[in-house]
Design a protein around this ligand. Structure first.
Ligand code: C2E
Ligand code: CA
Ligand code: CA
Length: 738
């Protein structure tokens, strides 16, 4: 944006009145305080016609300390006080000094003490403490001495004033810069420049700001008035050449063309540089002569303001970024909230928010690449925008989630779902996409953020149900979400405080009747003794990701138990451990399993991992690779709850697995229905076909066990044989049933 040089900060001073800008209207004001009238007259006589540093003197008179203080309270800009020490009291003069410095807080004013006799002189530390400029006996103050004493006092007064102005100016520049950061757009900014500049110089804000345009930077035809204050207001947005005042037009033109500032006695035209070609100029005029402004301050002002101008461009961009999603060109979440607020404010009734979330976006993105993912998001954005009229506001939230808000009758779940019946054409290939929907009504009283949160709650419910689902928020759903949240909080605490434990359920070889292994199952017993069923807390642990930490504790723990089983003489047993797909997806999962085996000194072929069919919904290739790596170590893989998931037989054929666990629901129906029995037989046959062993779970009676054996099922577990037991009970049980 900028080439960094600031060589354009050249100030050109126009010719000035030789006496300086304000010779006649400013004289140095000198206050004479003495109770002796003769002293006043003598001083007046001695100083008549005298000029100091190019200015005349204006003498003011007071005849007591009290009067002097009253006077100084009213009068501005008194440079020097010639002060008698002994007046209404012996120390009236010193009291006056104290009041000037400490009560009136006049720190710049110079004080010269005069006494009748040398003995009345104040102590040295008093002189220092009150910053008394000089101390003279009256007889010492002859005409010549008075002149030199006053000159040095006035010089230091004027220097102090300048310092003051610089300090104030700097403060103003700093605060101006801060304000500019908050300005919206260049015009408001330029307005601010006039105000700030006028205040820096100490005149009324009246002036013009003219800017070059980025299109025709060097072309004066393109110079435009972007801010105008006071009597120039009518010129706003006019071209430079339309400014009726020739002097102003010429000054601005000159400054914009030459890239330097011009300081005149009644006006100032400053150049602010944005980059090597662009910039703008501010013209400020004052009816009264502009007092001697510190050139240095103006330079600082210009640099600072120019920097701010660059920031304005940046801020404008950022503001746009703040409201628009650049990737798909839709309004973003902030804009959605603003829109919801606006609609609520306008009293738009029966509006809803519908969140649209692409199913398995992350997995597809991994599989087909990010370019595909980006193209899909853009296609989604286009379709959503194109299919609704302007009464529906379409925004993109984070990631693969979009939001629609508008009248409820336009945003019904079914009608939105129908929009995704047709595939998306990406790179000339059709891609079928399904979405989950979460819908929430915009209640009159509700805050927009609450509405959006409700829609999110509904969306999460929908996603938990599977793909292509829609849920509309209701108070019951909200309550359930709150309960899940509090359950998760409790679970987290229970896990940290080691309140989770593991129980072990024996697995039986159906041919030999021998115990071949155990499945490790998690238990959560609350402090009050109540057990929370795994069906309740496991899904929450999975959704929140907490299952990863729990799993890191669980696997080595189960393996340590297995080691103790082996050491107790049960050396053929294997341990089956459930792992969720989210655990499998963790990048370090394989290393973690290896480390757990090494740490507990268990041979890999004694470990079985139970996974569910839903992992086939993940990137299949990655999953196959991982399973192959696990199996190559000797670990066995079982598909849990077989028959309840979504996967097709095609997936099953590709997955490298060792066991199929026939879901309990089928095993239960085996005894009660002919159909149930056919299903179980078919799964057992399928297992044989695929060359994997089948394990039946939930066997509750002898006859079911017998039927399973007839079907060629290999192993079984269930209450008929044993309930899940803690480690000690398991060992006792084994002793009895060996
Ligand atoms: P699952 O893996 O299918 O576990 C079998 C469930 O059936 C266990 O319930 C077990 O107690 C129960 N069961 C066993 N035999 C019988 C029977 O004869 N009749 C009946 N009615 N039920 C029987 P549990 O322990 O409540 O576990 C429920 C589910 O929680 C498990 O289903 C598994 O999906 C999950 N789970 C349990 N522990 C873990 C774990 O450590 N990690 C993970 N990821 N999931 C776990
Ligand atoms: Ca299991
Ligand atoms: Ca199961």
């Amino acid at each position: 944006m900028d080439d960094g040089s600031d060589d354009d900060l050249v100030f050109i001073e126009e010719e000035r009145h030789p006496q300086g800008p304000s010779a006649q209207d400013s004289s140095w004001r000198v206050l004479i305080v003495d109770d002796d009238r003769d002293v006043h007259e003598a001083t007046e006589f001695a100083l008549s016609g005298v000029e100091i540093l190019g200015r005349k003197l204006e003498l003011i008179h007071a005849f007591s300390g009290k009067e002097a203080i009253a006077l100084l309270e009213r009068e501005q800009d008194v440079a020097v006080v010639l002060l008698d020490v002994v007046m209404e009291s012996d120390d009236a003069g010193l009291k006056t000094v104290e009041a000037i410095r400490q009560e009136l807080m006049l720190l710049n004013i110079r004080i010269i003490l005069r006494t009748g006799q040398p003995g009345q002189a104040p102590e040295a530390d008093t002189i220092a403490r009150y910053d008394i400029n000089d101390y003279k006996t009256k007889s010492e103050l002859t005409h010549a001495r008075l002149f030199t004493t006053l000159t040095s006092a006035i010089r230091s007064y004027s220097q102090l004033k300048c310092l003051d102005a610089s300090r104030l100016g700097l403060e103003k520049i700093v605060s101006a810069s801060n304000q500019f950061i908050a300005e919206k757009g260049l015009n408001a900014f330029a307005d601010g420049v006039i105000t700030q500049l006028a205040s820096l110089i100490g005149i009324a804000p009246e002036g013009l700001v003219c800017a070059t345009s980025s299109e025709g930077a060097g072309d004066p035809e393109q110079y435009r008035v972007i801010a105008a204050a006071g009597r120039y207001q009518h010129l706003i947005q006019h071209r430079l050449e339309e400014i009726d005042n020739v002097h102003i037009a010429r000054s601005l033109n000159q400054v914009l063309r030459n890239h330097y500032s011009v300081v005149g006695s009644r006006d100032i035209t400053l150049f602010f540089r944005k980059n090597s070609t662009e910039g703008f100029a501010a013209y400020i005029e004052s009816a009264a002569p502009i007092r001697d402004v510190d050139q240095h301050l103006l330079e600082i002002f210009c640099t600072n303001i120019a920097l701010c101008a660059k920031n304005i461009d940046l801020v404008t961009e950022l503001r746009l970024d703040a409201l628009v999603d650049r990737q798909v060109g839709l309004p973003n979440r902030n804009a959605l909230i603003a829109e919801l607020d606006r609609r609520a404010h306008d009293g738009a009734t029966s509006n809803v928010v519908a969140l649209v979330d692409i199913d398995q976006f992350a997995a597809t993105n991994d599989m087909l690449g990010h370019a595909y993912g980006d193209a899909l998001l853009r296609a989604m954005a286009q379709r959503l925008r194109a299919l609704f009229d302007s009464s529906v506001f379409v925004a993109r939230l984070a990631g693969d989630a979009f939001a629609l808000t508008g009248p409820a009758h336009l945003l019904e779940a079914d009608s939105i779902q129908r929009l995704f019946a047709h595939p998306f054409l990406i790179d000339d290939i059709d891609h079928a996409v399904s979405v989950c929907l979460g819908i929430a009504a915009c209640a009159d009283s509700a805050d927009s953020q609450d509405t959006l949160n409700n829609a999110y709650v509904a969306l999460r419910r929908a996603k938990a149900l599977g793909i292509g689902q829609s849920i509309t928020f209701s108070p019951e759903i909200g309550e359930a979400a709150r309960q899940r949240t509090s359950l998760l909080r409790d679970l987290r605490q229970a896990f940290e405080q080691r309140e989770l434990s593991i129980v072990y359920q024996p697995q039986i070889d159906l041919q030999t009747g021998r115990i071949i292994g155990a499945e490790a199952l998690m238990r959560w017993q609350r402090r009050n003794g109540q057990f929370v069923p795994p069906e309740q807390f496991i899904p929450i642990a999975e959704q929140s990701g907490l299952i990863v930490s729990i799993g890191r504790w669980m696997l080595p723990e189960a393996l340590r138990t297995l080691k103790r089983f082996h050491q107790a003489g049960l050396d053929g047993l294997h341990m089956a451990v459930n792992v969720s797909s989210i655990q499998l997806r963790q990048p370090g999962f394989l290393d973690f399993v290896n480390a757990s085996l090494a740490e507990t000194d268990v041979a890999p072929n004694h470990l079985e991992l139970e996974i569910t069919e839903s992992i086939a919904l993940e990137s299949l290739e990655t999953m196959i690779a991982l399973l192959n790596q696990l199996r190559s170590r000797g670990i066995t893989i079982a598909i849990d709850d077989f028959g309840t998931g979504y996967s097709s037989l095609n997936y099953l054929e590709q997955l490298p697995i060792d066991h199929l666990k026939i879901d309990r629901s089928f095993v239960t129906s085996l005894a009660s229905s002919e159909r149930g029995s056919r299903i179980v037989r078919t799964i057992a046959l399928l297992g044989n076909e695929l060359d994997v062993r089948t394990v039946a779970e939930g066997v509750e009676n002898q006859s079911t066990g017998d039927r399973l054996r007839e079907f060629g099922c290999h192993a079984a577990q269930g209450y008929h044989y044993a309930h899940p037991m803690d480690e000690t009970s398991f060992l006792d049980w084994m002793k009895e049933h060996a």
